[in-house]
Ligand binder design. Structure first.
Ligand code: HGY
Ligand code: MN
Ligand code: MN
Length: 416
């Protein structure tokens, strides 16, 4: 690569401005972003993203699950593009960087190549994957999972949110149900930049995480059926209290996961008591659970132990506990050639770095099952994410985007 090319850097201020400009779509008083997938705020950011990509000379296409693909032409259009990007949807109490950094850094790569009048040999393609977060519709990384063949498009279109609205209806409401079949857009490789969403890089003073693995994930839908009765007249030994049973199960899950540690985590993030009332013993409730480990056998052991605990608690408390595993994502091993390309770009740029396993799931983890894929991490403040306090520095975002730029150039080649 000529010295001029090797000295190429993204425009840090432009990337930083784009991150903060899009943060207004769903911006919260606490400085976070609430942009649930396929809602009105997601439409706003999608429209912004489409306009920005088209202004940068990309052709924007949308597939049947709303995933957006912005293609920057290369010299040889017979070659499959190098994929970049991430997601623009957020958690209910999300931040400005989760997903957004990777998607806007990919746009910044295109803008930088335009400014430098550099044509790549293979085309580039920025992806904005629909519903990475999985908060409104399950599972997480939903559209990239369908792209990877884990679910049919029809199955995903029929998924319902808590109000009974389907993915199909939500896509139609915001006008992002595209005509391209899911999976039509091919890639020669896919590289995703993301904040670490954990504490390691910051604690070790490292600028870049060269991601070589990702945790496996299991999601459960749970239900407990006890018996609603009078809070004042029902003797304690006769109660079939669904909420008391749930409470015991939550602590049992926490203990089981800790006993399988240190590389296992478990969370019960949602519970809804049906027809709650202060003076009625809870009869019925539903809940969800998220359990993860980088090791597939540990996932199996966790599944067995948690299922046994639910059965034991249900029997002792005379309540019916159902724990349905609704999603299992196997642990990810990223493509070594691509991981090495990220490492080479990072070393050439002189950024401190370390290999790292991703605790969070990402679209690149799904892509990795069908396309050579890799990820780049940058630190986030105090390792906080999925929280309105989520924060990162302009310098680290720029560093990550520069690694993305030079990794993309090494993979796509430059047309001389
Ligand atoms: O759940 C995850 O790991 C991702 O943030 N959706
Ligand atoms: Mn994310
Ligand atoms: Mn997230």
């Amino acid at each position: 690569m000529t010295p001029a090319r090797s000295n190429l850097r993204i425009d840090s201020g432009r990337l930083w401005n784009a991150i903060h400009e899009t943060a207004k779509f769903g911006g919260t008083p606490k400085g976070g972003v609430r942009r649930l997938t396929l809602g009105p705020e997601d439409k706003q950011v999608r429209d912004w993203f489409r306009a920005a990509c088209e202004a940068a000379g990309c052709e924007v296409r949308v597939d049947g699950l709303g995933t957006m693909f912005a293609i920057r032409k290369g010299r040889d259009m017979s070659k499959a593009p190098v994929g970049l990007g991430s997601h623009l949807d957020t958690q209910p109490t999300g931040g400005k960087f989760d997903g957004i950094l990777g998607t806007l850094a990919a746009l910044e790569v295109v803008r930088t190549l335009n400014d430098a009048d550099i044509e790549t040999d293979a085309p580039l393609c920025i992806a904005n994957w629909t519903n990475e977060e999985g908060s409104r519709f399950a599972p997480a990384m939903m559209a990239s999972a369908a792209y990877a063949g884990d679910f049919t498009t029809e199955n995903i279109l029929g998924r319902l949110d808590a109000e009974g609205i389907s993915v199909a209806q939500a896509l139609d409401t915001i006008g992002y149900r595209g005509v391209d079949p899911v999976g039509q857009q091919k890639f020669s490789a896919f590289v995703e930049l993301h904040i670490e969403q954990g504490p390691l890089l910051e604690a070790e003073g490292k600028t870049i995480g060269v991601v070589d693995r990702g945790q496996g994930i299991m999601w459960y839908d749970g239900r407990i059926a006890g018996f609603a009765s009078h809070a004042g007249t029902t003797p304690m030994p006769l109660r079939r209290d669904a909420l008391a049973a749930f409470s015991e199960l939550v602590l049992a899950i926490e203990k089981i996961v800790k006993d399988h540690g240190p590389h296992a985590v478990g969370t019960v993030g949602e519970i809804i008591v049906e027809n709650p009332s202060r003076n009625v013993i809870p009869g019925d409730l539903v809940f969800t659970t998220d359990i993860r480990s980088p090791d597939g056998k540990t996932l199996d052991a966790l599944h067995e132990a948690v299922s046994a605990a639910a059965a034991d608690i249900g029997k002792r408390r005379k309540v019916a506990i159902t724990l349905e595993q609704v999603w299992r994502k196997e642990p990810t091993v990223f493509n070594t050639t691509l991981v090495d390309a990220v490492a080479t770009a990072t070393e050439t740029l002189g950024y401190s770095n370390r290999r790292i396993t991703s605790g969070a799931g990402h679209d690149a983890c799904n892509l990795a099952t069908v396309v050579p894929s890799a990820m780049i991490f940058v630190p986030c403040k105090d390792g906080i994410s999925h929280n309105e306090l989520e924060d990162a520095t302009q310098a680290d975002c720029a560093a990550g985007a520069n690694v993305l730029l030079h990794t993309a150039l090494s993979l796509a080649g430059i047309a001389d």
